[in-house]
Each structure stands twice: as C-alpha cells, then as structure tokens.
Design a protein around this ligand. Structure first.
Ligand SMILES: C[S@@+](CC[C@H](N)C(=O)[O-])C[C@H]1O[C@@H](n2cnc3c(N)ncnc32)[C@H](O)[C@@H]1O
Length: 348
C-alpha cells in the first residue's frame, strides 16, 4: 500500500489550485466592480472555510481507509502468529502426551506387577521377622529360667550371639559336660556360657578376644556376674598368618591373613566344645577358618564345634573347607536366625 504522504501530495496540489481560484475569484469580480469590498471578503472567507471543510472530510476519509488497511493487516498478522503458536504448542502437547503415555505405562506396570510383588515380599519379610522375634523370645526365656541367671543379663542378638544358638550350646554343654570350652570372640555370650557351665556343675570357659577394649568389657561383665572362677577372658591380638587363594563367585581372592595369636592356646588341651564367633568378618575373607586347623588337635574325641553366622556365604564357605580338609568331621545344620552349623567327629 502507498504511504499516506504520497497519496496526499496530488490532492494538496489540486486543493491548493482550487483554493487559489476560489480566493482569487471574488477579488477578480471585485476588481471588475461586480462585487463590493464586503462581498469580496465574505466570499473569500466562505471559500476558505469550504476548502478547509473539504480537506478535513477528505483527510478523514483517507484516515478511515488507512485504519481499515492497518486493522486488516494486524488481523492477518495475528492470525498467522496465533496459527504458529498453535502449531508449536500442538507439537509440545504431542510430545508431552507421548511422555505421559510412557509414564502411565510404567505406573500401570508398577501397580500391576512390581507393587504386588514388593508388598508380597514385605509381608513375607515381616512375617519371617515376627517368627524370628518370637523364636528368640522363647529361647531367651527358656535360657533365663533354665540357667537361673541374674536379673539383668547382657543383651543378646545384634553384634552378640542370638538366644537360639546359645540354646544349642547349652544343650551340648549339658550332654557333654566338657571340662574345657573355648570361645573365639568374647562378649555377652561368654557370660551366658559361664552360667551354663555353672549349671552343668563344672568345666571352664576360655574366651579369646582380639580387641583389648572388648576384652576388658567382657571381663567386667564376667566379674559383675560372679563368674570369674568359671570364665577367663584372654586377650589375643590378631597376628599374621599365611593367606590362601580361594574362588568366590568365580573370582580368585585371598583369604584373611590375620588370626588370634596362637600362643594363647598353648596350654589348652582336651577342649570339649568350641564356639566359633570371631574374629569379626571385617578381618578378611573366611576370617574364622583357622579355628578348626588350629584347635582340632587340642580337642577331645567327642568335641562339638559350633560355627555361628552360618547363614552368611562366607561362614558357609569356611564350613565347606573344614569338611573338605577334615573328612573325619560330620556337620549338622541347626535352625537358628543367623545360621548355626555344628561339627563333630563321625561316630562320636
Ligand atoms: C560376633 S561378636 C560376638 C561376641 C560374643 N561371642 C557374643 O556373642 O557376645 C564378635 C566381636 O564383637 C566384639 N564385641 C564384644 N563385646 C562387644 C560389645 N559390647 N559391643 C560391640 N562389640 C563387641 C568383640 O570384638 C567380639 O570379638
């Protein structure tokens, strides 16, 4: 569209010429004597007024047309813009809808498969935990009553042995009446085993402990329960031993190269019961393995060796090695929350 300035140019020229004629005509008529002075002035004024009105009307008309054009082009531009906005938004909405579809699929998979499976597993785990708690409570009560312990006993479970494995040990103490029991790893169990020996009417317990601080704590517990004549806590720092290479999950690995200083066992003969509950797992792979090779030669023929935590693959592997290297041994798996394997010589 042509700019308004260009379109007004010719009109202004025509208007100027017409205006000049209108202004000149009364003067010319006045000069010819056809009009007097007042008429000339009146006509000139009227001519100017008419020209102004005509120009104003013309300008208004042109402005109206211009505004019409402008609003049309604004309308078109807005339409184009809104179409593009709609296109862009439409694309985004499509992507969002696809993403939402994926989320919905995963949600329905969660709802229909994963959640029922997980809630089943949780229910199962809670039920198993409830059974374990009940079993330990029963075993603890039985032990307390049977051993006629003091009112305040060192707590079991957690880092300490569980009541169910202690009940297994107490039964063997009652059956074997061992004169000497050795425990690898001292703690709460040392006190409970002391009570078991006192009830059995004889025998003593030597509990070896690698950690001097825990050796002192265990000693204090033993003294507090008046069991010093039955239980001896021996501090046995971990010392280097040759490591072996074993295969775990298809990978070759080195076993722990530390175990109790064997000097602490030098005076121990005729061991009738061994409770293997140390050194801690953190010492290294198959940390409890040396117990049998070191202690078996010092044991009675009818010795019973109880390996705690046998539910753990590492302790199971220890048991497997003992069985492979000592064909004279027989193994029984006791039901216990942490797993308890009992080894004895065949036929004893
Ligand atoms: C598997 S725990 C079992 C100790 C012991 N046989 C018992 O059942 O109480 C092995 C190690 O725990 C550590 N221990 C002893 N008393 C402890 C206590 N009060 N708190 C945490 N750990 C302790 C000792 O170093 C011990 O050798």
């Amino acid at each position: 569209m042509r700019p308004l300035r260009n379109r007004l140019g010719p009109l202004l020229v025509v208007g100027t010429v017409f205006g000049a004629l209108v202004l000149c005509l009364p003067s010319v008529l006045g000069l010819w004597g056809l009009l007097d002075g007042v008429d000339v002035l009146t006509l000139t004024f009227l001519g100017l007024l008419g020209a102004a009105v005509a120009l104003l009307a013309l300008g208004t008309l042109l402005l109206q047309r211009r505004v019409g054009h402008l609003s049309k082009s604004v309308g078109t531009a807005m339409e184009t813009h809104s179409r593009r906005v709609t296109e862009v938004l439409g694309g985004d909405r499509l992507e969002t809808a696809r993403a939402l579809e994926g989320v919905q699929e995963r949600l329905s998979d969660l709802r229909e498969r994963a959640l029922p499976r997980m809630s089943g597993e949780i229910r199962h785990a809670i039920a198993a935990q409830g059974r374990d708690d009940y079993e330990q409570q029963v075993a603890w009560t039985e032990l307390r009553e049977y051993l006629d312990t003091a009112a305040f006993m060192p707590p079991l479970r957690g880092w300490a042995a569980s009541p169910d494995v202690l009940r297994v040990l107490v039964r063997h103490i009652d059956r074997l009446r061992p004169t000497l029991v050795v425990e690898c790893g001292s703690g709460a169990s040392s006190v409970w085993l002391g009570y078991a020996l006192r009830r059995a009417g004889g025998g003593r317990l030597v509990a070896v402990e690698h950690d001097a601080r825990y050796a002192d704590l265990s000693r204090e517990l033993v003294t507090a329960h008046g069991l010093d004549d039955i239980v001896e806590i021996r501090h046995a720092p971990l010392t280097e031993i040759p490591a072996t290479t074993v295969t775990v999950d298809g990978r070759e690995r080195s076993t722990a190269d530390l175990w109790y200083d064997t000097a602490v066992f030098a005076d121990l003969e005729g061991i009738g019961l061994v409770f293997v509950d140390g050194p801690p797992k953190a010492t290294g792979l198959q940390a409890r393995y040396p117990a049998v090779p070191v202690l078996l030669p010092r044991c009675t023929e009818d010795v019973v060796i109880v390996l705690d935590d046998a539910a753990r693959p590492d302790e199971r592997a220890v048991g497997e090695r003992w069985m492979a290297e000592h064909p004279e041994l027989h193994r029984t798996e006791e039901t216990a929350e942490k797993g308890a394997h009992v080894f004895s010589r065949k036929g004893s």
